[in-house]
Design a protein around this ligand. Structure first.
Ligand SMILES: [Zn+2]
Ligand SMILES: [Zn+2]
Length: 258
């Protein structure tokens, strides 16, 4: 029996489908020994998907209440997924996942984490508008941004390092084998590796069946490993269904290693 842990978990405090308690109950029945909540920090550029700042206290309070209530069944942590462009610092949380969901050019925030073909079109339009239609220049800019995510967010864990690749199979817009792309992510890893943080291996694309590789992709994982970086599986679960899928994923991975 492996020790199941979910360190990247969303609830209805941000864009998750279920309440905190529903997620806890699912985690217990799926055999998790530890669950950490990491709802999205507040950002003004896209207030819809994130947690309202005035709800931070209620979020922490509810996590504390559930921690006591289910203390004999599961360990509960209260973290936050702190966006690079968040308006408030991440204070008073057990840990921080630092993530880049937007790139900012002048006063324009371009979401690089939208799903589906719309996601690709948004990125392509930004490349046209700001980078002379050079998609690799935009990708370089993205990795340059994420290379300072620790300073910006106080991250303990680097969230979905190459999430910009998210829609590249539904509507491809770049070649992951391109040498400029590889050089850009390597440069960011070389910087982040010195910060002594954890990299998540975010398997949500596999659970959601949106991409055939996790974030980061396997070649990036190999590079992190080669450089001595530490990695940890997360499911970025936004519902009880995904939490259960994530438990199955971890179990299958563990079985495959036997
Ligand atoms: Zn995220
Ligand atoms: Zn997330």
């Amino acid at each position: 029996m492996i020790n199941l842990v979910s360190l990247h978990t969303h609830t209805s405090y941000s864009d998750g489908k279920n309440s905190m308690e529903e997620m806890v109950l699912q985690a217990i029945s799926s055999g998790f020994k530890r669950i950490g909540f990491t709802d999205h920090s507040f950002v003004t550029c896209d207030a819809e998907y994130c947690m309202a700042y005035e709800n931070y206290d209620a979020y922490k309070k509810e996590a504390r209440m559930l921690k006591e209530k289910y203390a004999d069944k599961i360990e509960i942590l209260c973290g936050i997924e702190q966006d690079y462009y968040s308006d408030y610092p991440a204070e008073g949380f057990d840990y921080v996942i630092g993530s880049v969901h937007f790139i900012k050019i002048d006063d324009d925030y371009i979401c690089i984490d939208w799903g589906g073909e719309e996601g690709t079109r948004t990125i392509q339009a930004a490349a046209k508008k700001y980078f002379n239609d050079d998609i690799y220049a935009l990708l370089e800019y993205y990795f340059e941004t994420i290379s300072s995510v620790v300073e910006k967010t106080g991250a303990d864990i680097i969230g979905h390092f190459d999430v910009i690749r998210k829609t590249n199979e539904q509507l491809p817009f770049f070649d992951p084998e391109n040498e400029r792309y590889i050089a850009a992510w390597k440069k960011a890893i070389d910087i982040l590796i010195t910060k002594n943080v954890l990299f998540e291996i975010n398997v949500s694309p596999l659970l959601n069946k949106t991409l055939s590789v996790p974030h980061p992709a396997y070649d990036i994982q190999a590079y992190i490993k080669e450089k001595g970086g530490k990695m940890y599986y997360t499911g970025d679960c936004h519902s009880t269904v995904r939490l259960s899928d994530f438990a199955n994923y971890l179990q299958n991975e563990a079985d495959a290693l036997k």
